[in-house]
Write a new protein. Structure first.
Length: 191
């Protein structure tokens, strides 16, 4: 418990303009951020070109400058950092997919289907877009998906991280998966 207060206090001190608070915060949160990044990468294709360290660093670049963000508490900070990591992976997949598709050049078609190794990139981009839409419709359900799918948290851990009951997490997880499945089934490429 003392760590939670320390992290929350540092987040508040940083938001209040304490320039040293961020330097004190980083060593305390870095290992947990790398654990979250490893969890996100676990759902990626084998041989992903980003390491957990790179995902964490890219996420911090996305969150920079941190002084514009107001973190309410430790869990809020980790949830926003986790979402930034998801955005890093989706953007990375989109760039890789664009490069694979010619990077904006006119496509050259060959007889045959799109190779199987391109499919996970397309699916990741589609999932990221669907999750963004879900976030607009029901932020809590989107946060449950981020905790369960991307962070690999259990129902109980998700409930604790979000400050809601396990029953609510279970219900949100069921509805969110069904909604995401329907969205992905309706995607233009039929995947």
């Amino acid at each position: 418990m003392p760590e939670r207060r320390d992290i929350t206090a540092l987040l508040h001190a940083h938001a209040a303009g304490d320039g040293d608070a961020l330097a004190d915060l980083m060593p305390q949160v870095y290992d947990e951020l790398r654990r979250i990044a490893r969890g996100r990468l676990r759902h990626e294709r084998d041989g992903h070109s980003l390491s957990p360290t790179e995902v964490v660093h890219e996420a911090f670049l996305e969150l920079n400058p941190l002084d514009r963000l107001r973190f309410e508490h430790r869990s809020h900070f980790y949830a926003i950092a986790s979402r930034a990591m998801r955005n890093v992976l989706v953007d990375h997949a989109a760039r890789r997919n664009a490069a694979k598709r010619g990077g904006g050049e006119a496509p050259i078609t060959l007889d045959g289907a799109v190779p199987d190794h391109a499919r996970p990139l397309d699916e990741l981009v589609a999932l990221g877009r669907a999750l963004d839409r879900l976030h607009q419709l029901d932020e809590r359900q989107a946060r449950v998906v981020e905790c369960r799918f991307f962070r690999g948290l259990s129902l109980a851990e998700t409930a604790q991280a979000l400050g809601i009951s396990e029953a609510s997490v279970s219900r949100d997880w069921t509805f969110a998966r069904a909604w995401l499945h329907s969205q992905l089934a309706e995607s233009p490429d039929g995947r």
